[in-house]
Design a protein around this ligand. Structure first.
Ligand SMILES: C[S@@+](CC[C@H](N)C(=O)[O-])C[C@H]1O[C@@H](n2cnc3c(N)ncnc32)[C@H](O)[C@@H]1O
Length: 381
């Protein structure tokens, strides 16, 4: 496909997304119906679609409307590539007089909903603009080297053999930032042998900051796919339990643990195996810190949904606190950068619960490379 034909395909996919389809589903359906598209075309169309979703407000303003065509035209205008709209072959038609667009302003230029900008300013202060501008771009791809099976150097060499470049990243000691043939990662020997796991750099930094030691009894209370369970298991010899309210989310965890060479016990009744030395609550949240990778979340969040999440996080924290032994640790993490879900949540927990102290907190933003993340470790005294 020509670069212009890829734009036309992205327009088609975006129109379906704007009509209510899920981005991944719309891309899969387009791929199935477009046998002529090679893997490079599919990847390129996907990139355009996700760029447009990340920059939905600014691209719509620049491109003259919130349609697939408006979004792609806005992106191209921003990049000085409007000339690709030639109308020749499969290319989109040249812009008409009613498609001149305008310069985006305020929250629109930062690609966030209006209601969210004051909350972000409250939470991020002077970094607000820089963080939001960073979130308009693609996230880097990171892996965690499983130091039980490989060294940083052996993982870098194995990935290089597949055409994937890997550079150590400052956020965590086993973190590599990937470049080159990144799409080959999941079929690479290093991945299949459990030498590396896909994991965001800030996620890795959060697990690194946990006070883990050999022999500890640990619960990953909101385990999901188990990314943090595996990272914790790589750090120390633990008796490790994983729980999630939606157990199907943990379906792959036994296989992933096996590949990584670690033990994790899944549990539907976490209280039965307690009390624990450490309980990690990687809470359901707005996901704001990972909106570079999940830009649809940015436009789906509402004040009502945020309030529901804050309420749910408070309830999960209370339950998890009951499973920590005296002297043990409750670790609360979110991939959010909003005070409501982070420091305010912890302050409100401490105000309601006697016998806890805040030991440490950590707040990361995309300005250090990884996702936005928050961690607080609380000690039961
Ligand atoms: C942020 S995700 C976890 C991501 C995971 N820890 C990882 O590193 O890949 C939050 C998880 O919390 C789970 N969850 C939601 N409500 C819960 C509850 N009341 N108790 C336990 N888990 C819950 C969700 O199903 C979801 O998998």
């Amino acid at each position: 496909m020509t670069p212009s034909a890829r734009l036309a395909a992205a327009i088609e996919v975006l129109d379906r997304i704007l009509a209510g389809a899920h981005a991944e589903r719309a891309l899969t359906n387009w791929g199935r119906a477009s046998r002529f598209a090679g893997s490079g075309d599919r990847a390129a169309v996907r990139d355009i679609v996700f760029d447009a979703l990340r920059r939905r407000r600014s691209a719509a303003a620049l491109g003259g409307g919130l349609t697939g065509r408006g979004l792609v035209l806005g992106l191209c205008r921003d990049a000085g590539q409007e000339a690709l709209f030639t109308g020749v072959g499969h290319a989109p038609l040249p812009p008409g007089p009613d498609e001149q667009g305008r310069t985006p302003v305020a929250a629109e230029a930062l690609d966030v909903p209006d209601w969210l900008l004051p909350k972000l300013r409250e939470s991020l202060g002077a970094d607000t603009e820089a963080v939001l501008l960073a979130m308009r771009n693609r996230a880097p791809v990171f892996v965690r080297v499983n130091l039980r099976k490989a060294t940083l150097a052996s993982a870098v060499a194995a990935l290089a053999g597949e055409g994937i470049t890997a550079t150590p990243h400052a956020l965590a000691p086993a973190c590599l930032e990937l470049g080159g043939q990144v799409r080959k990662l999941q079929t690479s020997a290093a991945y299949l042998e459990g030498w590396v796991e896909l994991q965001d750099a800030s996620s890795q930094a959060v697990v690194e900051a946990l006070p883990l030691a050999d022999g500890m009894r640990v619960l990953d209370h909101c385990a999901g796919g188990g990314g943090k369970s595996l990272a914790m298991a790589a750090q120390a010899d633990l008796q490790l339990f994983a729980h999630d309210i939606a157990p199907q989310r943990m379906a792959d965890l036994p296989r992933r643990a096996d590949r990584a060479g670690v033990d994790v016990t899944l549990t539907a009744a976490p209280e039965d195996n307690g009390p624990y030395d450490l309980v990690l609550v990687d809470a359901p949240c707005s996901g704001l810190g990972s909106w570079r990778r999940d830009p649809e979340g940015k436009w789906a969040l509402t004040p009502e949904r945020l309030a529901e999440l804050v309420d749910l996080q408070a309830r999960i924290l209370q339950r998890a606190a009951g499973m920590v032994r005296p002297g043990g640790c409750l670790a609360y993490a979110t991939c959010s950068m909003l005070r409501d879900e982070n420091s305010d949540q912890v302050t409100s927990f401490l105000a309601k619960s006697a016998g806890w102290t805040l030991e440490r907190s950590l707040a990361l933003t995309p300005l250090t490379g990884g996702d936005g993340f928050y961690l607080a470790t609380l000690r039961r005294v």
